[in-house]
Design a protein around this ligand. Structure first.
Ligand code: SF4
Length: 385
């Protein structure tokens, strides 16, 4: 259903397999850096005959290295960073009577929908870039400088569950000063499966390799971005603790989990009842907005994901033949969250170090420059054409 707002769409996938394959076989002095989205480490398994929900994080990194990646960073790292920035933005809006409800901004199909159909809601969108947008920016504008590599010699390839991320990578707000894309190529999980097969890599028997650092360390809060409700749960784990000084009574925040179309929850935030909602699937999003405009919903913070189940059900994920594949992928993702030692974004040591050494603090001038974005009214623009 996300094809509606995926201009390159779930209908016809605009494949980058050949271009990326050619590049990896002739890198021409380029430094090739991959990033892997939360949902891909589970779904890629199905491309190679594993049961849905099988965790393949380490095999995925090894496969990318065998394909020719010089570095493999983790989009989960910037999922943690998204929580720091978006969570701080939410607290700031609540404290300073900012525009509420605040809407999450990491689903580019949702952003397209707002810009094209509901531009009056643009002020409600968090200005935080998606984790893909944040990581590509950091790779080219921060990491490359530290490594003394010219940004023009770095090629960033992201592996995403999503066809809409290909469109996001082309947004002019996410380009370098010379107009080149910060994310050079986006491969869907399915396309990566094809690329691995094309190069005769036996995925099932690969050993495990960890992501590279410093942009590769992540927490349980980051991986659950893959599931509907995950961004909300991760944000609450951090915003609640930073806002109240106390940890959430339970890290597994059940009211925002599962496949219910519109999930709602109230959290006591030092005497203020914080009202949140989670919406997934395009039809449900239209329904939510209709009811919100009619005054039937009054939330402070809302997560929107255009695909059913969130990114685990993205248009670029394998076409599974199992009936309950979404549930199994969702369970696989929660399993990773449970086995990781650190499950809150603000406790990610690499995120803490990045703030200390470079960004200073969430919503700082540097954070705004590298990690935030702006949106445009494309409805008005389209009407003028
Ligand atoms: Fe892409 Fe995830 Fe949004 Fe689907 S829900 S369009 S996979 S970001």
């Amino acid at each position: 259903q996300c094809s509606f707002y995926c201009p390159v769409g779930a209908i016809t996938e605009n494949s980058s397999v050949k271009e990326v394959n050619d590049l990896l076989h002739d890198k021409k002095q380029k430094v090739v850096v991959f990033q892997t989205a939360p949902a891909t480490r589970v779904a890629i398994s199905e491309e190679f005959g594993f049961e849905p929900g099988t965790i393949s994080t380490g095999r995925l990194v090894t496969a990318l290295k065998r394909l020719g990646a010089d570095y493999v960073f983790d989009t989960n790292f910037t999922a943690d960073l998204t929580i720091m920035e978006e969570g701080s933005e939410l607290l700031d809006r609540i404290k300073n009577n900012g525009v509420l409800p605040m809407f999450t901004s990491c689903c580019p199909a949702w952003i397209n929908l707002v810009e094209q159909s509901y531009p009056e809601l643009i002020p409600n969108l968090s200005s935080a870039r998606s984790p893909q947008g944040m990581l590509s920016s950091l790779i080219k504008r921060y990491w490359a400088k530290k490594k003394q590599i010219h940004e023009k010699n770095v090629v960033v390839i992201s592996v995403m569950p999503c066809t809409a991320k290909k469109d996001e990578a082309k947004r002019k707000q996410l380009t370098l000063d010379d107009g080149s894309q910060e994310t050079d190529y986006v491969l869907t999980t399915r396309e990566l499966g094809k690329l691995i097969k094309l190069n005769s890599i036996s995925f099932a028997s690969l050993p495990e390799t960890p992501h590279d650092n410093p942009l590769g360390e992540s927490t349980g809060a980051a991986v659950i971005f893959a599931n509907t409700g995950g961004v909300m749960e991760a944000a609450l784990r951090t915003a609640y603790e930073l806002g109240t000084g106390k940890p959430l009574p339970t890290l597994d925040f059940q009211p925002v989990r599962g496949f219910t179309a519109i999930k709602e929850a109230d959290i006591d935030f030092n005497g203020i009842q914080l009202k949140v909602a989670v919406v997934h699937g395009a039809v449900n999003i239209h329904e939510y907005i209709k009811k919100m405009k009619a005054g039937l919903f009054k939330h402070h913070f809302v997560e929107f994901m255009v695909c059913k189940g969130g990114c685990i059900g993205g248009g670029g994920e394998p076409k599974s033949i199992s009936d309950d594949y979404l549930l199994k992928r969702m369970q696989g993702v929660y399993k990773i969250d449970n086995i990781l030692g650190v499950r809150k974004s603000h406790e990610n040591p690499s995120v803490q170090a990045l703030y200390k050494d470079f960004l200073q603090k969430p919503l700082s001038h540097t954070s705004h420059k590298l990690l935030h974005t702006h949106y445009e009214d494309r409805k008005k623009k389209n009407e003028k054409k």
